[in-house]
Design a protein around this ligand. Structure first.
Ligand SMILES: [Zn+2]
Length: 402
């Protein structure tokens, strides 16, 4: 397709985005609760909408109550497949009644990420309605079991194992003011210091038994010392790797020496590290602490997701930047995401070159999630433009029309 006609096509399609329709779809999705592991009704509704929009739709059931919704808009089968991906589940916390008024949709999932699901559905509807002969295939996937700690991306993993993924993918949540070409990996660690024996009166035990609270404090100091080392290696897009302590549990009475102390937190790392090295680092730290104090120190290190790196020269990155510029007139710089998301999973499990194009995740996981309709429209137009730029960039000149 000639550059002029591509731009004309994008201008035409983006002008057809129906703000009220895409906002109402967000609102309808938000009104169907879908806490993690209970996304059935929401998934079935979404599948019906995609079916009504003229897509080829399939609902698979890898887990009870957690469906995988798959929709295709097929073009040239020899061309690439571009995937738009989003999760159906929301965090399970209560939320005020949903509403849709004055340019705002609110409700659990309005920001994370039923807005993204609505945006990618509207994009597909417009491509279908205009009967654009795509030089490849557009794939939409919406799945349950995304949010920690109840789930760990099990549905997405099944999709990837079944071969349902794109040659490139866009997760329709996360940052919207930069295109992420790196992302941090994450693990949740839990360290338990446990001395032998029973809790004992402070005066009976003083100097006789190890005090787990004191050893816990020493652990904190060592984590801080390690953090200072990590701060020396600053990643331009991600900042330094990190330790974070979110929980410190010990003691049950003011004058008893407890038997255990438990600390829980996160470790995040840039693509320079991988999870096995991170786990080894935490285990070595615990072994040293245990040796120094003569007390067993156990580490459990739960893997949340691997760090990722996307080649900035991949056509997906350029397509996102051109699409964003086309719609907003602004540049979309490269960036990095410290937060863990599905791009880590798509890249690690499926080796699918992926990035994020979010809407506005400011209120994700908050007590009042909101989505502004103008942001939703901007994102939907950006999805349309990005998809078309991607197909144009990967266009095979031997195929007619493009
Ligand atoms: Zn999310």
């Amino acid at each position: 397709m000639k550059p002029d006609s591509l731009i004309a096509l994008i201008d035409d399609l983006t002008s057809r985005v129906e703000a009220d329709r895409v906002a109402r779809l967000t609102y309808d999705l938000v009104r169907i609760p879908s806490p993690t592991c209970h996304e059935q009704a929401c998934g079935e509704f979404y599948a019906e909408v995609l079916w009504d929009y003229g897509l080829e739709v399939e609902v698979r059931q890898p887990f009870p109550e957690s469906p995988n919704v798959i929709a295709w808009l097929r073009g040239d089968p020899a061309g690439p497949t571009l995937q738009f991906a989003g999760h159906l589940d929301t965090i399970p916390l209560p939320h005020p009644e949903p509403y849709f008024r004055e340019g705002i949709v609110s409700g659990r999932g309005a920001a994370d990420m039923k807005n993204g699901l609505a945006g990618m559905a509207e994009m597909a509807r417009l491509l279908r309605q205009a009967d654009v002969a795509l030089p490849g295939t557009l794939l939409l996937t919406a799945y349950g079991r995304h949010e920690l700690p109840e789930a760990h991306g099990e549905n997405l993993k099944v999709l990837i194992e079944e071969g349902i993924h794109g040659d490139a993918a866009i997760a329709t949540e996360g940052p919207h003011e930069f295109v992420a070409v790196v992302g941090k990996g994450q693990a949740v660690w839990s360290i338990t210091i446990q001395r032998e024996g029973e809790p004992i009166h402070e005066l009976q035990g003083r100097g006789q038994v190890a005090h787990p609270i004191g050893i816990g404090c020493e652990l904190l100091r060592r984590l801080e010392a390690r953090q200072r080392e990590l701060n020396q290696r600053d990643d331009p897009y991600l900042g330094p790797d990190s330790y974070f302590v979110g929980q410190f549990h010990s003691g049950d009475f003011f004058n008893r020496i407890p038997t255990t102390c438990r600390l829980v937190g996160t470790r995040r790392w840039s693509p320079r590290s991988r999870f096995p090295a991170i786990r080894a680092e935490i285990e070595a730290l615990c072994a040293q602490l245990g040796q120094d104090f003569g007390v067993p120190v156990q580490a459990e290190v739960a893997f949340s997701g691997e760090a990722f790196e996307l080649d900035p020269n991949h056509p997906l990155v350029g397509a996102c930047q051109r699409g964003y510029r086309h719609v907003t007139g602004r540049e979309l710089p490269l960036g990095g995401l410290a937060l863990l998301g599905d791009v880590s999973r798509l890249m690690d499990w499926g080796a699918v070159p992926s990035t994020y194009l979010g809407i506005d995740s400011t209120t994700a996981h908050s007590d009042q999630e909101v989505c502004r309709v103008e942001d939703l429209v901007r994102a939907t137009k950006t999805y349309l433009a990005t998809a078309l730029y991607y197909f144009a960039a990967t266009w095979n000149p031997r195929r007619a029309g493009w």
